[in-house]
Design a protein around this ligand. Sequence first.
Ligand SMILES: [Fe+2]
Length: 259
Amino acid sequence: MADYLTLPILAETGYAVLDAAAPLTDSAQWTELEYVSWRSSGVTRFAPLASFAGEVECNGFWNQTPPRTDKDGVWIDLQTALAPDLVRRAMEPGAGVGRCRVVELQPNTYADAVYNLHLDDNNRLNPRDTGWVVRGLENLTDDPGSLLILRSDRFDPSTETRIPLPAGTRVVIDTQRLWHAVWHRGSAPRYAMVTSWESGPELGTYLAAQHARTSVRRVELPAGLVEDAQHEMHRRIEDRRLALEAVDRAFELPTMSEA
Ligand SMILES: [Fe+2]
């Protein structure tokens, strides 16, 4: 049966870490952008650089008229004029770009991040036989104490990968396959650029050139911290179920996020 074009390097673990990019020092390229609130995990705001039709908004392309998958994003002139280096980096692989935005995340806890774990809905309406959409993440601020949390099983911490986020950290992730969230331990907001890229020969060649690797050195966390976060996640999910039940709405375990 025909299927999507995927990248062999992502088949094993669902993510690949690239050589770090030279950190960008001109922080105005992300702080001066126009931000919009958007439902996502954690306390976040988004500054879109490419959107469905070049407007400053973050809605999924499949929610618009006419709906399409997360490809062929339209650059937003007023935003890209402020962030030329970001645009250059998003276009560097030569892969098709869908949505592209800067994400601002406020400091949170490990338990918050575990509760926030979600999958992205990257490939809705994506035609078979075309490239599977994955996400590129580049950390803009220097957050070496913060961790990108990835899990293949949402509820199983033994499936967790933790990737520290110094400035210039770059990871390509199949975020429709891997549960993900960020534990940001800083005192100031953390900024990252997230780009929807189309899988294909261009992205594959780029990943190889950037020495993409599919495992990282293990970052240990205290067992008690992990255990407490598991309890907290289940408690919050149950709270949500009860709250919805109280207003007579069916509870559905949230899984997908727009972010
Ligand atoms: Fe996400």
